[in-house]
Design a binder for this molecule. Structure first.
Ligand SMILES: Nc1nc2c(ncn2[C@@H]2O[C@H](COP(=O)(O)OP(=O)(O)OP(=O)(O)O)[C@@H](O)[C@H]2O)c(=O)[nH]1
Ligand SMILES: [Mg+2]
Length: 434
C-alpha cells in the first residue's frame, strides 16, 4: 500500500507581453498594439474517489503545468496555460513545502491549489497614456511557483469498533477483514488504531478498531492526532459488548462505562448511530445469548439500534453483522449537498487549508556606508518583469518602486540621494526628487 509520496510540481510561467506598433500601409506611425501574455497553468490536486493509493506518484514524481502564450501584435493576448490536475485518493493530506500550507482532501471533487501559475506580462499597449503615447517596453511573464509537495494518505475509517478492553474488537476485525491486529486474553492489547477493509457487494467499508477509549483518552498511548485523523470520518460505531466478561463484571455497567467515556472524549463521535454487538456468544449457552439479545432489544426499543449476537470463534452472526454495516454506513464521500447535512459533518467535509502568514513583500537592509539592499520575493518578482537595459522599462520600474513605498522605507533607514540600492542583484540609482 503506497501511502506516502513526495512530488515536485511546477506551475507554468506567464507569457511575455508584446512590444509592437501598428503597421498599416495607410497609417505611417501607428500606436502601440502589443498584447498581454497569458497566465501560466496552475497545479491543482483534485480528490478523486476512484483512486485508492498514491502509487502513481511514486512512479512519476515530477509534474509541470504548461506556460501561458506570449502576447502578439494587433492586441492579440496569449492564451492561458491549462490547469494541471493531479488526482489524489480521499484521505490525502498534502503539505506544500514552499510555504508550509497543508490541505486535507477528503471529499470527491475537492481541490487544492498547490502551485500558482505565473502572471503574464502586459503588452506595451497597456503603458500608453496621454503623456506617454509610444511606450517602447513590455513586461515579461513571471515564472510559476515550484515546490515539493509531501503527500500522505490517511485511510479514513467509516465504521469504528468501540468497547471495553478485551471485549473482542480486534477478533471481530480479523474475522471481518484481512487486517491482522494482535489478539490476546488481556486488556489493552491494541494500543493504536488498526484499520481493515470490509469488502461488501457495493463498495469497500473501512473499519477501525478504536483502542483504549476508556483509559483516559488524553493520556492514552497511541491516541491523539494520529488516532483522530483515522476516525474523524466515522459515520457509524459498533459497540462490542462482551457477553461473558472474564472479570465477572456486569455487561450493563460495562456498556454504560464505555458510552459515558465516549461522550466525554468526543461528543461528535458519541452522537453517531450505533450497532450493538454481543460478542463471544460461544462462551454462553444459546438460551442465555438469546435472552441477552432480547433484553437489549427491549432496552433500545424505539431507537434505531440493532442488536446482534456474534462469535469470532465460530463465525456465528458475522455475515449478519457485515450486512448490517453495509446497510447502515452511509456512502462516502458525500455526493449530496453538504448544506443539508449536520453541522459537524459540514465542517468535516469542508476543505481545510492551513496557511502560514504571508511574508512581507520586501525588507530594507543597510549593507555598508552608502549602500542598501532591498530583499524579498515580491520585490524580486517585480524587478524580474522588466528588461533593465531598456531605459523606458527602467524608468517605469523606478516609478513603481516609489509607488509601493520602497523609497520611503529606504529613507526611514537613512537613505540619501546618491546612495546605492541593490535589488535582486541589480544596482539602482533611485532619485527621491524624480
Ligand atoms: N471464545 C471466544 N473468545 C473470544 C472471542 N472474541 C474474542 N475472544 C478472546 O477474547 C480476548 C480478547 O480479544 P481481543 O479481540 O484481543 O479484544 P479487544 O477488544 O481487541 O481487546 P483490547 O485490544 O485489549 O482492547 C482474546 O483472548 C480473544 O481470543 C469469541 O468470539 N469467542
Ligand atoms: Mg484489540
Amino acid at each position: 500500500m503506497h501511502d506516502r509520496a513526495r512530488i515536485h510540481v511546477a506551475a507554468g510561467a506567464g507569457g511575455d507581453g508584446c512590444l509592437s506598433f501598428r503597421r498599416e500601409a495607410h497609417v505611417p506611425r501607428g500606436g502601440p498594439d502589443g498584447g498581454d501574455g497569458g497566465r501560466g497553468g496552475d497545479v491543482v490536486l483534485v480528490c478523486d474517489e476512484s483512486l485508492r493509493d498514491l502509487e502513481t506518484f511514486r512512479r512519476r514524481p515530477t509534474y509541470r503545468a504548461p506556460r501561458g502564450g506570449h502576447g502578439e501584435g494587433a492586441l492579440r493576448h496569449g492564451a492561458g496555460g491549462a490547469t494541471l490536475e493531479l488526482g489524489v485518493p480521499p484521505g490525502t493530506e498534502a503539505l506544500v513545502e514552499a510555504d508550509g500550507s497543508r490541505h486535507d482532501l477528503v471529499r470527491d471533487g475537492q481541490r487544492a491549489l498547490v502551485a500558482r501559475g505565473g502572471p503574464g506580462g502586459r503588452g506595451n499597449k497597456r503603458f500608453a497614456g496621454p503623456t506617454h503615447q509610444t511606450p517602447r517596453f513590455a513586461e515579461r511573464g513571471l515564472p510559476g511557483e515550484e515546490t515539493w509537495v509531501a503527500l500522505a494518505l490517511k485511510l479514513l475509517a467509516e465504521v469504528g469498533l468501540i468497547g471495553l478492553p478485551n471485549a473482542g474488537k480486534s477478533s471481530l476485525l480479523r474475522r471481518l477483514t484481512r487486517a491482522q491486529p494482535k489478539v490476546a486474553g488481556y486488556p489493552f492489547t491494541t494500543l493504536a488504531p488498526v484499520l481493515g477493509t470490509l469488502a461488501t457487494d457495493g463498495r469497500d467499508l473501512v473499519l477501525a478498531d478504536i483502542p483504549g477509549l476508556i483509559e483516559g483518552a488524553s493520556e492514552g498511548v497511541g491516541l491523539g492526532h494520529e488516532f483522530l485523523a483515522h476516525v474523524e470520518r466515522c459515520r457509524l460505531l459498533v459497540h462490542v459488548l462482551d457477553l461473558a466478561p472474564l472479570d465477572g463484571s456486569d455487561p450493563v455497567d460495562n456498556h454504560r462505562t464505555v458510552e459515558s467515556e465516549l461522550a466525554d472524549y468526543d461528543p461528535r463521535l458519541a452522537g453517531l448511530p450505533r450497532v450493538l454487538v454481543l460478542s463471544k456468544a460461544d462462551l454462553v449457552d444459546a438460551t442465555t445469548a438469546a435472552a441477552a439479545q432480547a433484553w437489549w432489544r427491549e432496552r433500545f426499543a424505539g431507537t434505531d439500534t440493532p442488536v446482534l449476537v456474534t462469535s469470532s470463534a465460530t463465525g456465528a452472526g458475522l455475515r449478519a453483522l457485515a450486512r448490517e454495516l453495509e446497510r447502515r454506513a452511509p456512502a462516502l464521500p458525500e455526493t449530496a449537498s453538504a448544506s443539508s447535512d449536520a453541522p459537524a459533518m459540514r465542517e468535516l467535509a469542508a476543505h481545510r487549508t492551513y496557511r502560514p502568514a504571508a511574508p512581507r513583500a520586501y525588507r530594507v537592509r543597510r549593507t555598508g556606508a552608502g549602500g542598501f539592499a532591498v530583499e524579498g520575493d515580491g520585490i524580486e518578482r517585480l524587478v524580474a518583469r522588466y528588461d533593465l537595459d531598456n531605459e523606458e522599462a527602467l524608468a517605469h520600474l523606478e516609478r513603481r518602486l516609489r509607488g509601493i513605498g520602497v523609497l520611503r522605507a529606504l529613507e526611514a533607514e537613512g537613505f540619501e540621494p546618491g546612495d546605492e540600492v541593490q535589488i535582486a542583484g541589480v544596482a539602482f540609482d533611485l532619485d527621491p526628487e524624480a
